[in-house]
Design a protein. Sequence first.
Length: 305
Amino acid sequence: MRFDIETLRLFIFVIEGGSISAASERGNIVVSAVSRRISDLERDAGTPLLHRRSRGVEPTPAGNALYRRAKIVMDHLQQIECEMGQYGDGVRGLVRLSVNLTAMAHYLPKELKSFVNRFPNVQIGLVERLSEQVSRDLLGGDADIGIAAASYIDGSLSERPFRTDRLVLITPADHPLGRRKSVKFAETLDYEHVGMQDGASILALAIQAAKALGRPMRLAIQVTNFEAIRNMVIAGLGIAIIPEIALADRDHSDYAKVRLDEPWAGRQLKLLFKPTAPLPIAAMHLLDHLCTKGGKPEIGPDPME
């Protein structure tokens, strides 16, 4: 079977758009030409690739298989183009990053700024994901580099240290635990917590620790970002476990920050990439750049260590 790159590209457009006309518009080519190319592709494959419906098309099992492979081929071609471009006027290309909230909001902004200053022709495609979703993005070919909590790493991925992300307890200013220098996690289970959304790595760590103690963790409220957690705690709606870096440059007068005396409070964040697919040159440079401070905590030394 002989493949034409332009036909494969149009076939991808058909599947993703759900119709020949959608592919025609996206590919800037007349409908009849798209239809002819798809028919030729089916003839060469020796099997139908599409179910034609009154309101569009759906892939057959063979069409689904070809779509997955075609996406990989087009990704590799894009990588080739990016890598060859570096021989013209410096490293260039698109690096796709899939990272958790802590990395997105607190660790990456300065790092990415210094990187693009060095490599102005490199574009960064950055998306925020729950840690458990980052591995799926990498394995599915939707990201070149990921950052996730160590507890959510798929064993088939390669990893490098990124940061040690210290977790602390925050309480309302007048809370009994707020007068302490440090607390055990078990002591916090007497009170209601404000937590992140289901699937967030910090919440999963806390729930797992509570189960190990044979006690329930009472969640009063769940939110999707650290700023909301802090505001809920200040309002007196509960206590919370949060990365210490999320409190940097914040006024601490309206809440208390207490050391969480647990081994898992030193949460490990890892840089991830897929070992079976060579990274584009631009992604290799970014990976090396992000590794320069690998494993070091962002908030000074722990006074209790």
